[in-house]
Design a binder for this molecule. Structure first.
Ligand code: GMT
Length: 384
């Protein structure tokens, strides 16, 4: 198949998932065209059948903001026409799904649109009155819609009152690369435990809860906290560590592409988010055999099993989270058993192959490949 993928080029999970799905599809023989304002961080290296199209909205004195959605729709339509794209897969509804629908219109309906809902495109921004009608329209008009968890599927139905079929296709992790033996020494003294948090430091991630949990833990056991990522709440977080006198025990690394190296040095992962449709960062930690302590919100219970791969506590209950962390740090056999269960779950239930199979099956369904042997678009034979 010839497939377009539009996504954000930030470090966020939706861009990561879109890039990894595209790479896996290319490895299976499909032709992939990525659309984004810049190269997504995980799209490194030169690989066969992978193409990248930079999307730029030209400025004009009349525009308050250059209209990115129109530039994206235009680029998709152009590439679809000249490269014979059959499908455009929009990751994150705003504005990718609307731009894909515009491109489909421009092409006289000669393009199928699949939209993957990732979370805040529904739960936070999507339900904002300034976007609601358009997100609703995108869900209704896409040829296929997926949500990354059952929670997100149900939230979409609740918030948008849609009756359309939404397939749940979860996220995945690849087996982690080996860590770097010296790195642990850079992060913590020999006897200290390493706790890690990875996010975009937006209010929804509740980074102050991460610090409050750590503040309690450090009083009981030697530990270091690694804060990976960047975003609006970083300054407040750094100031808090200084004011409370434990700044030397917290390392703010900023954005990191190589999270495998950090996770390979980690004893426990913290994710106390206000909401999380899936929690890809938690799954990535689990892939490294790292147990997770998180809030019991959104789709997190579909990823982390309470008492098996880690612990889930009520939103904002930093006391309970700190107690869980201490239980795990003080009981090495328990920590190892939970880490092993987490690794098995991540690399088994959330393995790449079955997830990519589901996306491929969805594309075939929207293209009608399974119904009609005759009249399939040219080039489809090798994937029949
Ligand atoms: O948090 C965001 O708004 C960013 C978004 C993203 O682009 O990474 O995250 C969402 O998509 C991820 C990938 O599917 C999920 O793992 C995250 O749980 C989800 N974030 C939220 O629901 C807060």
């Amino acid at each position: 198949m010839r497939i377009g993928i539009s996504c954000y080029s930030t470090f966020g999970g939706s861009g990561v998932v879109a890039t990894e799905v595209g790479k896996a599809l290319a490895a299976r023989g499909h032709e992939i065209h990525f659309f984004s304002p810049s190269v997504p961080p995980r799209l490194v290296g030169f690989e066969d059948r992978i193409n990248f199209h930079e999307v730029r909205a030209s400025p004009y004195p009349l525009f308050e903001d250059a209209p990115f959605s129109i530039a994206l729709g235009s680029k998709i339509a152009d590439v679809a026409e000249h490269h014979g794209l059959e499908i455009i897969h929009a990751h994150y509804a705003i504005p990718h799904a609307m731009a894909a629908l515009l491109a489909r219109m421009a092409l006289g309906n000669n393009l199928k649109v699949v939209t993957t809902l990732h979370g805040t495109d529904i739960t936070v921004v999507g339900s904002d009155p300034s976007y609601l009608s358009m997100v609703k329209m995108a869900i209704r008009e896409s040829d296929g819609v997926t949500a990354v968890s059952e929670y997100l599927r149900q939230e979409t139905i609740r918030l948008f009152g849609t009756e359309r079929v939404i397939d749940v296709i979860g996220n995945f992790v690849e087996p982690p690369r080996k860590g770097c033996p010296e790195c642990r020494g850079w992060l913590a003294p020999k006897a200290a435990f390493v706790l890690t948090h990875i996010s975009n430091f937006r209010p929804v991630k509740r980074v102050m809860d991460v610090l409050k949990v750590f503040e309690q833990v450090r009083k009981e056991v030697p530990a270091r906290l690694v804060m990976v990522g960047d975003g609006p709440d970083r300054l407040e977080a750094e100031a808090y560590c200084r004011e409370r006198g434990f700044a030397a025990e917290v390392r703010f690394t900023g954005k990191q592409l190589d999270i495998d190296t950090v996770l390979a040095c980690t004893d426990l992962f913290l994710l106390p988010s206000a909401t999380e449709s899936f929690g890809l960062a938690a799954l990535e930690a689990m892939g490294h055999g790292v147990p997770v302590v998180a809030s019991r919100v959104g789709g997190l219970p579909e990823v982390v099993r309470h008492g098996v791969d880690g612990y889930l506590e009520s939103l904002g209950d930093v006391e309970a989270m700190a107690a869980d962390v201490l239980t795990l740090l003080r009981d090495e056999p328990l920590r190892r058993a939970m880490g092993e269960a987490a690794r098995e779950r991540a690399l088994g239930t959330f393995a790449e192959g079955p997830v990519v199979d589901q996306y491929e099956a969805l594309y075939r369904r929207v293209l009608g490949y399974d119904e009609a042997e005759v009249g399939r678009p040219a080039g489809a034979e090798q994937h029949a």
